[in-house]
Design a protein around this ligand. Structure first.
Ligand code: 5GP
Length: 190
């Protein structure tokens, strides 16, 4: 997506070879016009997948996910990051390790917001090693529902997440694919 790639080049900050900071338009200040375009792009790409719900992971996925759910005219559900596991029959949980914070979270979803008939589109801001996506997939599959697609705003293709999801056969669509962040230089896959 050209608009996104141009913004990454203009406003993204390379922190080290593995981390890109996009606080001025995605992660802290949010560019809502960009989010609207992202929502349209994901909705258009997944329009034939009979999506019934859009899921995202608290908190930076919320803006692109809500715009996508608006365009697809389906609800958006936030998977919460709890720091302790909760013994409760009314929820699904999956443990994930945060890439940026080096913390373990229990991704948590109330059983009220999923059923086995659901075809779910997972949206997230970044794909690194795929931990957040793996947790969301586990919760969806534990509920007997279907992962109908995974939409990623910024994929770091040099990390393991994309290959992992491709190998399992998931339908992954990333709007910007980064090949390398070496030497303070942002290089895209295509
Ligand atoms: P994963 O779970 O795929 O290993 O990492 C993805 C999650 O970690 C995303 O939800 C995002 O919050 C965070 N993340 C991973 N890499 C980056 C990065 O380079 N920059 C920022 N801002 N967040 C990242």
């Amino acid at each position: 997506m050209k608009l996104l790639k141009d913004m990454i080049l203009q406003k993204g900050k390379v922190i080290d070879d593995n981390i890109l900071k996009v606080n001025s338009f995605i992660n802290h200040q949010v560019d809502s016009k960009l989010m609207k375009e992202i929502g349209l792009e994901f909705a258009n790409h997944f329009k034939n997948e009979e999506i019934t719900k859009v899921f995202t992971i608290e908190s930076s996925g919320i803006a692109p996910a809500v715009m996508t759910s608006y365009e697809l005219d389906v609800p958006m559900i936030i998977l919460k990051k709890e720091t302790s596991s909760t013994l409760n029959n009314d929820i699904y949980q999956a443990k994930i390790k945060s890439f940026t914070k080096n913390k373990i979270y229990n991704l948590t979803l109330s059983k009220d917001y999923i059923s086995s008939n659901d075809r779910i589109l997972i949206i997230d801001d970044f794909l690194a090693n795929g931990e957040a996506a793996k947790g969301a997939i586990k919760i969806i599959e534990d509920a007997g529902a279907t992962v109908a697609g995974i939409g990623i705003v910024i994929e770091k293709s040099f990390q393991s997440g994309r290959a992992y999801l491709d190998n399992l056969g998931y339908n992954v669509y990333s709007l910007a694919r980064i090949k390398s962040l070496k030497e303070n230089n942002i290089e895209f896959v295509d």
